[in-house]
Design a protein around this ligand. Sequence first.
Ligand SMILES: [Ca+2]
Ligand SMILES: [Ca+2]
Length: 235
Amino acid sequence: MFNWSIQNSPSTSVDQLTQQWFWYRVGSSGPESAINTISAPTITTPNASTLYTSYTDSLGRFNLSVKYSLVGGATLSGTSDITEQITINNTSGAPLPFHFYQYSDFDMGGTAEGDSVTLSKNGLTSRFNQSDQADGANIVETVITPNADHGEAGFFPVLLNKLNDGSPTTLNDSLTAGPGDVDWGFEWDPIIPTGGSYIISKDKHIDIPVVPEPSLAVMLPGMFAFLLRRRAAVS
Ligand SMILES: [Ca+2]
Ligand SMILES: [Ca+2]
């Protein structure tokens, strides 16, 4: 996901997202890989707001799918929502030690600078369940289940480089970063039972300020001037 544009005036919209994507690792050694390296994707779009992408491991250990559901708010409400459901099916014939990562680089308000992020934990599980990133009144909130084992808030591109380097990464559990060009991630470390599935559900919600329509007090003098010019032109 490289773009999430939301209308902020009758004539303009602003992209709030640089990148959100997923990485994975099987076992405790070796690097993480982006999920688009698993295989060519199978993509289906049952309707205009729903997208499925699925990948199949060439070694037969698992398959993985992501379902995106987009719900735009009412026109000029400044709100938009995306839910994602990630399903990992263990097809290896043995318990599968899996590591799954969400990486997010939002740039709220359409600017990389000025953002702050806070990751928070469920009070009962003490595991990560939420991220809140803001630049002024531009806010994105992410809520996840099951809660993640690790999280990391930092400055672009530290976390992205960790996920793309050649060694295994465990997120460092730092809770806050900013203001600046912040990014953040979550990490799940399940052992998926033989023949079992692991399902992650996430909801991301954006609120941005909206520039209202010009008021009638501003528009009416202009309309009268236009009508007077038309009358003058006709007569
Ligand atoms: Ca910003
Ligand atoms: Ca950012």
